[in-house]
Every structure is written in C-alpha cells, then in structure tokens.
Design a protein around this ligand. Structure first.
Ligand SMILES: *Cc1c(COP(=O)(O)O)cnc(C)c1O
Length: 429
C-alpha cells in the first residue's frame, strides 16, 4: 500500500501506509535501518542521485528507509502529497520556515501556541532576521491588518496546547489565500485522527510526533506534510522553492517537483544544510506508536470527558477549559473540525491560584508532573511555574497559561484511578 490519496480507512492507513514486507528478508514490520550510507550502483547513478534526478538513498541525513516509511505514513494520514520527518517538532518548524522565509521576512502566528513555539518564533527566529507577529486565534480577522508585502505565512494550531483553543481553520485558510499566503497548521494536539486540516484548506501541516503520534513518551520527532495544492510561484514570494537554486545548478524546485516542491526543498537544502535528521530508531518507535493511534485516541478521549466532568463539579476548581464540554465556547468548532472529540488535553483553574497549582502537581501519585503531553500515562503540569515561566505574565495569560492554570494530558489508565489520584491531590490544597 503506497501512494498518498488513499481509499483505505484511517485505521488501515495507520498500520499499512508506506510499508511493505522487506524485499530482502520478508520481515513484515519495517526494520530499523540503522545505517548512514548506501552503495551506489555506478558513477552515473550516483550523479543522478546527487542531481536530484533519481530518488534514492545517499546518506541518512537526507533519507533513510525507516524514516521514509514514517514520512509516507503521516502524509497519508493527513491526506497530503508528501512528508518530511525531522528530529523534533521544533526542527520541523525551523526547516519549514527556512524554506519559506528570507532575512527581513515576517509571518503571523496565533498567541495561543505551545509555549516553546512562542519562544522559538518570537525570540530565536529573530536571529535569522525573521519577525513573527502574534494575533488572537479567536478573532481570525485580527490577522488581516498584520499582513504586508514581507508576510510569508500564517501559523496556527488546530487545537492549541495548552489553552484548548479550536481554530476556525476554514476562516484562516481564506484569509491566507486571499493574500497569496500558505496556511500552516500545527496538528500535534488534534492528531490526524481528530482533524485533517488539509481538508479545510491548510497548505502545510506540522507535527511534534513526540506527542500523540508516537504516543508512548519514548521518542522525540517531528513531521512536515505539504498538501501539494499551494502555488509557490504565483506571488513571487517564495524564491527558495520557486526560483533557480544556486546549490543545485539553477534547479527550480517547484518546476521540477510540483506537488512535492516544499518537501524536496526541505530535504535537499534545509535538512541537508541545517542537519536535524530523525534517527531511524526513533522513526521505528514512532511508526509502532502510530499503528494504535486510533485506539489510543478513542480511550484518551473517553477518559478525558470523565475527568473534565469530575473537575467541573469540584469546589476547588474555578473553571475547566475543555472543548468537549457542551458549555465550552469552542464546542461548536470542535464538533465541526474535530468530530471524533476534543483533544484529551485541557486546562483548568484552581481557586487557590499559583500556590494551589504547585501543591497539586506535587501531591499526585499516578499522574506524572512533567513537561510533555500525549503519553499513555496521565500527565500534569503547572505551566506558569515550568514551560511558560520564560514568558511575561501578560504573555502567560495570552497563551492561556496564567498562574492558576493546571494542564492535564489525560492518559489511558483506568479512569477511576486517574480521578481518585486527582481527588486526593485536590484534598491536600
Ligand atoms: C511539543 C510541541 C511542539 C514542539 O515539538 P518537539 O517535538 O518538543 O520539538 C510543537 N507544537 C506543539 C503543539 C507541541 O505540543
């Protein structure tokens, strides 16, 4: 089973896309090709590989057979034309922006992103000469006045970490396309089981595969998927992709690779020269995790609803921000864009504020106090004292991570045990 537009069901794609029995050994599971380099058939074949005239393996910083299966698997799950797997979610964002941006360029991102993305975009990207303007994802029109001739993209999360904002993807796609820009959607929290942004007009999807895709808290990785439908030449704004490339004897990636142009540039230039290749071992673990993505997400979702309902009824809890609760302001958007349910990841507020948040995360036993999401294990975090502490209090509030906020990533343990652990922890506040 290969080829991107698949007629198979989601569960079948999660297990089979990109994979075939190993041609040499017959091994059914994709082996870990723990290999750096690949023998050339002859000098002509080597030349055509280096000239990007033939697809094939040269060196594992560019391609690796295990990593390639992961790329095709995630691209197929997202309904995209091609995928590029890299060493982390942040590497995915770096490689992608390297393809789109020149020094002096700008892009516009949601204020309610993963805290690490806000820092990467707002601080570290400045060193590349790139400026990120932030705008309110609840008000897509607020992005419009920030668009100018140097703007190269709009970046949102389909379901945000940790605020639980569900973005109106169609509205953002229209604003981006009216201005000739690609819409980039970080689909980490929603996962393709929950939401397929490309079907709503997104041009590029990025993932931290570290989270629900891998799903077991054992591997860091990232993936970029392109829809194949964006015209990179129309605006003249994307010279890296749609103008002659000096590193490849004047090759124009968009003319040569069409629907795979972004992926081809990302691999042949950005990954080659920046270097954040994914290890084949991590790709193997991520592939294994993806096989059970639908099963895990169903159970995560069922547990999350029960935990959210329990917290909403607790007298030390002031609010619960879970799009799966009918009272949520995002419930209608959730039903439209994530019909299988809200991400099992949400925040709630403690009446006791910062101190109560610290007390709770230090009192739980089954829940793990750590800075990750999307594990089989239930995870708890007090963002204001950890992941979001580099941000100003204003930025913390804007990111949905104020001092009273606790974030839960509900795992797939027995739900009564998760609730009992929260119960004893809340009792200690
Ligand atoms: C974790 C995360 C990232 C960054 O991914 P890494 O794999 O940790 O580099 C980006 N976006 C979202 C929504 C995340 O949760």
């Amino acid at each position: 089973m290969s080829g991107q537009k698949s007629d198979y069901g989601f569960e079948t794609i999660a297990i089979h896309a990109g994979a075939a029995p190993d041609p040499t050994t017959g091994a059914r599971v994709t082996p870990i090709y723990q290999t750096t380099s690949y023998v050339f058939e002859d000098v002509d074949q080597a030349a055509s590989l280096f000239n990007l005239q033939t697809f094939g393996n040269i060196y594992s910083r560019l391609t690796n057979p295990t990593v390639s299966v992961l790329e095709e698997r995630v691209a197929t799950l997202e309904g995209g034309a091609a995928g590029l797997a890299v060493a982390s979610g942040h590497a995915a964002q770096m490689v992608l922006m390297f393809a789109l941006m020149e020094p002096g360029d700008e892009f516009i991102a949601s204020t309610k992103l993963y805290g690490g993305s806000i820092t990467q975009f707002g601080v570290s990207f400045k060193k590349m000469g790139w400026t990120c303007h932030f705008a309110d994802p609840d008000d897509p029109d607020s992005f419009k006045p920030l668009i100018n001739e140097r703007t190269k993209a709009i970046f949102i999360e389909s379901a945000s970490n940790p605020g639980g904002v569900i973005a109106d993807i169609e509205a953002f796609a229209k604003i981006a396309h009216d201005a000739g820009l690609p819409l980039i959607v970080d689909n980490t929290c929603a996962t393709p089981w929950g939401c397929r942004p490309i079907e709503w007009g997104a041009d590029v999807v990025v993932h931290s595969a570290t989270k629900y895709l891998g799903g077991h808290g054992n591997s860091v990785g990232g993936v970029i998927v392109e829809s194949g439908d964006f015209d990179w030449s129309a605006s003249g704004k994307f010279p890296a992709i749609a103008a002659p490339c000096e590193a490849y004897h004047g090759l124009n990636f968009y003319e040569t690779f069409g629907r795979f142009a972004l992926t081809a540039y990302g691999r042949a230039v950005a990954l080659r020269d920046l270097g954040p290749a994914l290890s084949p071992f991590n790709a193997f673990l991520l592939l294994t995790g993806i096989e059970t993505l639908p099963l895990r997400m169903e159970r995560h979702g069922r547990n999350a609803i029960k935990v959210a309902e329990y917290l909403a009824g607790h007298d030390k809890v002031s609010w619960v921000s879970f799009a799966g609760l009918p009272g949520s302001r995002y419930h209608a958007l959730q039903k439209k864009y994530l019909p299988n349910g809200a991400p099992p990841l949400f925040t709630f507020g403690l009446k006791g504020g910062f101190e109560a948040g610290v007390k709770l995360v230090e009192s739980v036993n089954i829940l793990s106090h750590l800075a990750n999401i999307g594990d089989t294990r239930s995870l708890i975090l007090h963002p204001a004292s950890t992941t979001h502490r580099q941000l100003t209090e204003e930025q913390q509030e804007a990111a949905g991570a104020g001092p009273d906020v606790v974030r839960l990533s509900v795992g797939i343990e027995t739900v009564d045990d998760i609730i009992a652990d929260l119960e004893q922890g809340l009792a200690q506040i």
